[in-house]
Design a protein. Structure first.
Length: 135
């Protein structure tokens, strides 16, 4: 079994996409997230990575394009990439996504992607690849 984890010292980011419309993000002072501890006997593996990430100007704002590389020995289904635009302190200011429910990425190959556009602009970004392995 392969589990996606954030290792000690690594940074993880998440986006809440279903906040109520009446909630103004500017009024949120802090959020707290609790994650249950799983005692898994695991070994880190490398497999999915993002390459050639660049900004693309679109009428709706800034999108991100690049390639998701499958470094596994198996096909990856449902590839996706989440890109967080970050401010100079590393805090996310927006998230863009590209995902496919239909595409497959064979072992050793890559999937070209372009995200939706963000109104927020940033000088830096962090990308997180995702996918499901086939047996």
């Amino acid at each position: 079994t392969i589990v996606s984890c954030v290792g000690p010292g690594d940074v993880g980011m998440a986006a809440l996409m279903d906040l109520p419309a009446e909630l103004a993000v500017e009024d949120v002072a802090f959020m707290e997230y609790h994650c249950p501890h799983f005692a898994l006997d695991v070994e880190p593996v490398e497999g999915l990575s993002v390459h050639d990430l660049r900004t693309v100007r679109r009428d709706a704002g800034t999108a991100y394009a690049g390639r998701l590389l499958n470094g596994f020995d198996l096909t990856v289904n449902r590839p996706a990439v989440s890109v967080f635009a970050v401010d100079p302190s590393g805090r996310p200011v927006g998230m863009a996504e590209s995902r496919s429910e239909l595409d497959e990425v064979p072992a050793g190959e890559s999937w070209p992607f372009e995200t939706n556009a963000l109104l927020e602009s940033a000088d830096a970004w962090v990308a997180f690849p995702q996918g499901a392995l086939s047996r």
